[in-house]
Design a protein around this ligand. Structure first.
Ligand code: PGA
Length: 252
């Protein structure tokens, strides 16, 4: 059985005080959520303070990115995986569509970042997904397959099992336009089948594939009923403890 993951991506929001206040408010609201793993991804500056506040709780802390390098060195502005671990994180988001679109994170960079995360024992949450033009042209599966092939290049099946994938159609992020559970299920099933073909059946059946893009308390239950959706990566609706806790505590 795949344990679902509900992850909140706070993007470039919240000063340290606000991040700690939100984490503090969230703690009791999700304390009984044993049905899933709960993850929040504050900005770099708040990671340590949030992780300290959540110590001993069932909430895991994730970074939103990491350096592709595994050795400390002259890489101004970059944050190494062991620094992220040192701040109290267990997870790291890699290849979010905003990083791909705005900061040059190609599939090759994503591949190096996945390796760096695995090297340091961090769980990578690897984002993939097509744009609206690509979907309208009938190329959604082809685009996702290419992202997977290049992002997961030369990884072994046992490494792939340690990854979490997040299918986030770019047209659904921050737009209020969620993929229907059927659209999402179709792509998740495609991804799982692709993993089975390229790696093995165990990797495919164990791999957790999250859906992301305008997930809200109102649509999480329908999404979670789909056979191949193993959780959600939530942006906007994760910023408030109350709404994120309603997503974590979805009816199932
Ligand atoms: P959203 O963002 O929930 O605000 O659409 C999702 C994401 O970017 O991970």
């Amino acid at each position: 059985m795949r344990k679902p993951i509900i992850a909140g991506n706070w993007k470039m929001f919240k000063l340290i005080s606000d991040a700690v206040a939100t984490a503090t408010a969230l703690k009791p609201l999700v304390a009984n959520a044993n049905h899933c793993e709960v993850v929040i991804a504050p900005p770099f500056t708040a990671l340590k303070a949030v992780a300290d506040r959540l110590e001993g709780s069932n909430i895991h802390v994730s970074a939103q990115d990491l350096a592709p390098e595994i050795k400390h060195g002259a890489h101004t502005g970059e944050v190494c995986g062991d620094m992220i671990k040192d701040a109290g994180c267990s997870h790291v988001i890699i290849g979010h569509s905003e990083r791909r679109a705005m900061y040059g994170d190609t599939d090759a960079v994503v591949n190096r970042k996945i390796r760096a995360a695995l090297h340091f024992g961090l769980t990578p949450i690897v984002c993939i997904g097509e744009t609206l033009d690509e979907r309208d042209a009938g190329n959604a599966e082809k685009v996702v397959a290419t992202q997977l092939a290049q992002s997961l290049a030369e990884l072994t099946a046992s490494e792939v099992i340690r990854i979490v994938l997040a299918y986030e159609p770019v047209w659904a992020i921050g737009t209020g336009r969620t993929a229907t559970p059927e659209q999402a299920q179709q792509m998740h099933a495609f991804i799982r089948q692709w993993i089975a073909q390229q790696f093995d059946a165990t990797a495919a059946s164990d791999l957790r594939i999250l859906y992301g893009g305008s997930v809200k308390p109102e649509n999480i239950s329908d999404l979670m009923r789909a056979a191949d959706i193993d959780g959600a990566l939530v942006g906007g609706a994760s910023l408030e403890a109350e709404s994120f806790s309603r997503i974590v505590n979805y009816e199932w």
